[in-house]
Design a protein around this ligand. Structure first.
Ligand SMILES: *Cc1c(COP(=O)(O)O)cnc(C)c1O
Length: 358
């Protein structure tokens, strides 16, 4: 993982937020992998709205529920944050092109940032990926390979291709910079709440990098002295058709066995095996959090409620967080007086067929 001279940053930036002027991931430039003389690669990702729930929270008796609306990022998901930084670094390191497997949204985000940076982009994704995401990826000029199966099969195709042509590998957690972009979600939450973290974060978990990244961000902020040692309870939500982290969490295991026959309409959650499984499980446990699974009808209902009761367009992945709230309240994993943030990781417009079929 990327490490910084945090003591030097703390000495330079005496009041958190001082000098934070940009409204993209480079807002926290001092804490990002960029040299002083480099111009950041950006399409305006990050600094997304934190929307206070108008109806879903109150109906559950949940006093302070918020939605972090990542659907408003370039390419409609938080994947843009990671790709802004990863493609920036790949270019700075001299790469001409990148390659990655994706469940869909990471691929289209990579394609967009490569288009902006002037790099070539090769993406392998499941043939079952929602058509708008496939079309988007092609529109951004990526060389797209559709594979039968899941992101695990796309990963095998990519590793074969890398062995042949030596492209720069942008696969999840095989380079350290996508995490650096995604950690800005954690910085933004801290800043939005006046450098006090919420009580719980409910996150739709596939590869889990968003969760791992926020966990890293909180440690950095504590080292800087901008927050204390308190942490939100990190809560991972998965789909019952592909819930390896939930299964491992319940079993008390440190790593997760791959899910067999992964199946869910929430394509971003169709990740049978997460490279960072041990990091996700460690963050869930040391934060006092938990992991829960919801069915496809439940998560679609959650997305519909986000749209119809809050005006927030959400993909099925984000719907899973809303679907999980009732169970989390019933089991005491969250309490009614607490400040809770659900991550709306992607925009509903990316899933028209899925959303209208429900
Ligand atoms: C990738 C993705 C997820 C899962 O994110 P991870 O941080 O990799 O677990 C959730 N929702 C959407 C819309 C995604 O694209």
């Amino acid at each position: 993982m990327a490490r910084y001279d945090l003591a030097a940053v703390a000495a330079r930036v005496t009041h958190p937020s001082a000098g934070f002027e940009r409204t993209d991931v480079w807002r926290y430039r001092e804490l990002m992998p960029i040299e002083a003389d480099e111009t950041p690669l950006t399409l305006g990702e990050g600094w997304t709205p934190l929307v206070r729930s108008q109806r879903i929270g109150p109906a559950l008796g949940l006093e302070e529920l918020y939605f972090k609306d990542e659907g408003l990022n370039p390419t409609g998901t938080f994947k843009a944050r990671g790709m802004a930084v990863a493609v920036h670094r790949a270019r700075a390191l001299g790469a001409r092109g990148v390659i990655l497997p994706s469940a869909g949204n990471a691929g289209s985000a990579a394609a967009a940032y490569c288009a902006a940076a002037g790099l070539t982009c090769t993406v392998a994704m499941p043939e079952s990926t929602p058509q708008p995401i496939i079309d988007e990826c092609r529109a951004f000029g990526a060389d797209l390979q559709l594979v039968a199966g899941s992101i695990a099969d796309a990963g095998r195709w990519v590793r074969q291709r890398i062995a042949e042509d030596g492209s720069f590998d942008l696969s999840t957690l095989r380079e350290p910079y996508r995490i650096e972009g995604k950690k800005t979600m954690g910085y933004e939450l801290a800043e939005a709440f006046g450098w006090r973290l919420p009580d719980a974060i409910v996150y739709p978990t596939g590869g889990g990098t968003g969760l791992i990244a926020m966990w890293k961000a909180f440690d950095e902020l504590e080292t800087l002295g901008w927050i204390g040692s308190e942490r939100p309870r990190m809560i991972a939500v998965q789909a019952t058709g592909c819930a390896p982290i939930v299964t491992a969490f319940r079993a008390g295991a440190d790593t997760a066995a791959p899910a067999t026959d992964p199946e869910t309409v929430a394509s971003g959650l169709r990740v049978p095996s997460a490279l960072g499984d041990f990091l996700i499980l460690a963050a869930l446990r040391s934060s006092g959090g938990t992991a829960v699974a919801v069915t496809d009808p439940e998560l679609l209902d959650g997305a519909h409620r986000l749209a119809s009761l809050e005006g927030v367009s959400a993909g099925p992945e984000a719907g899973a967080t809303v679907a999980a709230l009732l169970e989390l309240l019933e089991t005491g994993a969250i309490e009614r007086h607490e400040r809770v943030v659900c991550f709306v990781t992607g925009h509903g417009l990316k899933y028209p067929a899925v959303m209208s079929a429900a």
